[in-house]
Design a protein around this ligand. Structure first.
Ligand SMILES: *Cc1c(COP(=O)(O)O)cnc(C)c1O
Length: 363
């Protein structure tokens, strides 16, 4: 069940045409394809500006640096995330502080984040894990009360909605990844940040390109984090399919919720309305995770663990600051979670096959 090999033929042809268009244009980095994609992505996300960059991790680093968050500033995020979220904070020169998760969603726990706040806290990076947007009313209240900047890591939550507003429009600046497996993926690396602030926008434009303001004028020490024209052209073609692909993910998830009924399997029910979760991943929990994974392997059903080792359990980041009460929910989740197939190219028969296999699992 490899999603990419069975994508619509039309989409493949459009991508080939997009590559040809770029090759014939003679412009390969930061040209009209990138500008066009940035405009469309900002519009679709209901933001004023998008800045396309090389990958999702850079999008987070540039977001922090565009906000002038660096040396000594503390940034709270969840320990249950892609390592890139925390690495970007460190790369920006800031100090990560790791919060625990809420077991209902596996997203960062509000109470735990509160315990992580100190006089040095400058920002919270909220990760909408697996594609599920958090209760934004709570987070917006918290950052306003505490005078903290909110940044969203939307690498898994493209177009997820909270009360009609898109993920990425709640933070001062928000980061996306277009790594191939994400809900919107390029055919290589890509990322973007969105913002409605003209100052952050122009700061980020300069940071992604060596800190140049005008050609050969360097006013900041930036990165080389530019998007290729080919990736922007590919993304523009794939963007046309994004909504229908998300609808299919939501449909598969609703089948799973309706028909998976094995008592040893715990489903993580969506907390809010239908589009608050875009199912980048469909994650279940069980105390018999390793046995289930082996069993699914024998049935030729691919499954993954997101994530087996929380950031605070990695050797290299074991000394980071954390919630003083510990990160026990994240540790329990890491031992029990399993991501089962959920991608837009799955056929109805494949979905039924997965449901049947999981219901037949016993230990
Ligand atoms: C994928 C991902 C990233 C990093 O994106 P890259 O494009 O791989 O650098 C950051 N945060 C989260 C939550 C992710 O899933």
């Amino acid at each position: 069940m490899n999603g990419f090999s069975v994508e619509p033929e039309d989409l493949k042809l459009c991508q080939v045409a997009a590559c040809e268009r770029v090759i014939r244009s003679g412009r390969y980095v930061l040209g009209s394809e990138v500008l066009n994609f940035e405009k469309n992505w900002a519009d679709l996300c209901q933001a004023n500006y998008a800045v396309a960059v090389a990958n999702g991790m850079d999008a987070i680093e540039i977001s922090l640096r565009a906000l002038n968050i660096s040396c000594g500033d503390e940034v709270i995020t969840t320990t249950m995330t892609a390592f890139a979220t925390v690495l970007a904070i460190i790369r920006a020169g800031a100090v990560p502080v790791l919060a625990d998760i809420d077991l209902k969603t596996a997203n960062m726990s509000l109470d735990s984040a509160k315990r992580c706040i100190s006089s040095k806290t400058k920002a919270i990076i909220l990760v909408h894990l697996y594609g599920q947007i958090s209760n934004m009313d709570d987070w917006l209240d918290l950052v306003e009360q505490e005078n903290i900047t909110l940044i969203e890591d939307c690498a898994q939550s493209h177009l997820a909605e909270w009360k009609g507003k898109k993920s990425g429009t709640f933070g001062r600046v928000s980061a996306f990844s277009f790594y191939p497996t994400k809900n919107l993926g390029a055919l290589g690396d890509g990322g973007a940040l969105i913002t409605s602030s003209p100052e952050i926008y122009s700061h980020a434009l300069s940071l992604r390109n060596y800190g140049q303001t005008n050609r050969y004028i360097h006013e900041k020490l930036g990165l080389n984090s530019r998007m290729d024209e080919i990736q922007a052209a590919i993304l523009s073609e794939r963007l046309k399919y994004l909504k229908s692909f998300i609808e299919r993910r939501i449909q598969i998830a609703s089948e799973y919720f309706e028909y998976i009924s094995n008592p040893v399997i715990e489903l993580l029910k969506p907390q809010f309305n239908e589009h608050s979760h875009v199912y980048h991943l469909f994650v279940i929990r069980t105390n018999h995770r390793d046995e289930l994974k082996k069993y699914l392997d024998t049935m030729q059903i691919e499954s993954f663990i997101h994530y087996p080792i929380p950031v605070h359990k990695q050797n290299i980041t074991a000394n980071l600051m954390t919630d003083p009460e510990g990160l026990r929910n994240a540790e329990a989740h890491a031992n029990a979670c399993l991501s089962i197939p959920c991608h837009p190219q799955m056929t109805d028969d494949e979905v039924k096959y997965v449901i049947k296999a999981i219901n037949a699992f016993n230990i």
